[in-house]
Write a protein that binds this ligand. Structure first.
Ligand code: FNR
Length: 379
């Protein structure tokens, strides 16, 4: 199979992965309306073509929270990344590092913080969920800080799990008999080697370090299921803001009023996100929600955005809509599943090339010049 564009990796990943993992990655909540809107609304953003300006000195880099990124892209926190390729977090993080961009580790990763952070030339970012088990949160924050992580992404759009019916059908949302059957049936030697199972369940690194025992996928789903905390409010976050020394970014903002609350709270940034369409189906796409949020808080707080970005052109679109930086989720994990670290490196190169084409043909030399003036006004 010839891989020439980022979207080719989705099909390659589907060939490679057992169905329950592919659908866990690819799927969204309920009828997946928001998942589709994320992609379609971005793809429908029209840019103004401008020509005959000297575009030979194009620079895709940005500075964010005192760090230089070679392009306005970071790898989003994706739980269980280490199941899509052997020691998947290591592979993805190294590809990001070599490209000069940040890797954000999910708190529910396979590889623990301590395994990945020391391998990188730049500080790792770390993502945390709100969990009833505040002991886990504190332990994870301490360990992330000790490992030199810089930016904390605090994910607030998961006080309760979304209704993900693909996971229910595939056996992923266990622990249940269907999932156990799946685990047994997917121990095919070809991919068991590739994804590092070797006949054993994975150990969920960060949680097992905290609990002091091996935590397989079933234990993890049970632990997480019992630990969502719908009681959470801004007040509960104050100890984290006071504890964390680096920048704190609130991930999962979709409304200008919540964005203003994040500014009042003293956050350094927000991620405009609907969790890739995995939480509440029917909410606005990130691309649709972003301009009003940028109107409300741009310049007062850094605005990151994700959900639906599938190529470098989408990155330029998201920035034109008001983002300072973007995160990519599925786009890098499809590549990781299909071709490991080399796949992630390749997809990041493709993103950069596509960004350069988009910047050249809209006549912007620097990311800071990508503004709403690039958008074709709605007719
Ligand atoms: C996620 N996402 C996510 N977010 C988070 O804060 N912590 C997490 O552990 C996860 N886990 C996770 C698993 C999988 C399989 C996916 C696809 C996504 C959401 C992620 O960070 C990001 O917001 C979305 O993936 C962005 O949408 P796209 O780029 O996938 O369309």
């Amino acid at each position: 199979m010839i891989i020439s564009s980022p979207s080719d990796y989705r099909a390659a990943a589907q060939k490679r992965l057992p169905p329950f993992l592919f659908h866990y990655l690819d799927g969204g909540a309920y009828a997946e309306k928001t998942l589709r809107r994320n992609v379609e609304d971005l793809a429908n953003v029209a840019l103004r073509q401008r020509v005959l300006k000297d575009m030979s000195q194009l620079d895709t880099s940005i500075e964010l929270f005192g760090e230089k990124l070679s392009m306005p892209v970071a790898l989003a926190p994706v739980g269980l990344t280490g199941m899509f390729a052997r020691r998947g977090e290591v592979q993805a993080a190294q590809a990001a590092d070599r490209k000069g961009i940040a890797f954000c580790m999910s708190s529910v990763s396979v590889c623990p913080i301590e395994e990945v952070a020391p391998l990188l030339s730049r500080p790792m970012w770390f993502q945390l969920y709100v969990l009833k088990d505040r002991g886990f949160m504190k332990n994870a924050l301490e360990r992330a800080q000790a490992a030199g992580c810089s930016t904390l992404m605090f994910t607030v759009d998961m006080p309760t799990p979304g209704a993900r019916y693909r996971d229910a059908h595939s056996g992923m949302s266990g622990p249940n008999a269907a999932m156990r059957r799946y685990w047994q049936s997917v121990m095919h030697p070809t991919w068991a080697w590739d994804v590092g199972l070797h006949g054993k369940p994975h150990d969920l690194g960060n949680i097992s370090r905290y609990l002091g025992k091996t935590v397989g996928l079933e234990d993890y789903i049970g632990y997480l299921g019992a630990n969502f905390d719908p009681s959470i409010s801004w007040k509960d976050l104050e100890w984290i803001r006071d504890f964390w020394k680096g920048p704190m970014v609130i991930k999962g903002i979709l409304d200008p009023e919540d964005a203003k609350d994040a500014v009042r709270f003293g956050a350094d940034g927000i991620v405009v996100s609907n969790h890739g369409g995995r939480q509440l189906d029917g909410v606005l796409s990130a691309a649709h929600a972003l301009p009003a949020i940028a109107d409300a808080v741009k310049g007062q707080i850094k605005i990151l955005a994700d959900s639906g970005i599938r190529n470098g052109l989408d990155v330029v679109r998201m920035i034109a809509l008001g983002a300072d930086c973007t995160l990519i989720g599925r786009a890098f994990v499809y590549a990781l599943a299909a071709a490991g670290q080399a796949g992630v490196a390749h997809v990041l190169d493709l993103f950069e090339k596509e960004m350069r084409v988009a910047m050249t043909l809209t006549s912007v030399n620097r990311i800071a010049d990508i503004t709403p003036t690039l958008l074709v006004p709605e007719s």
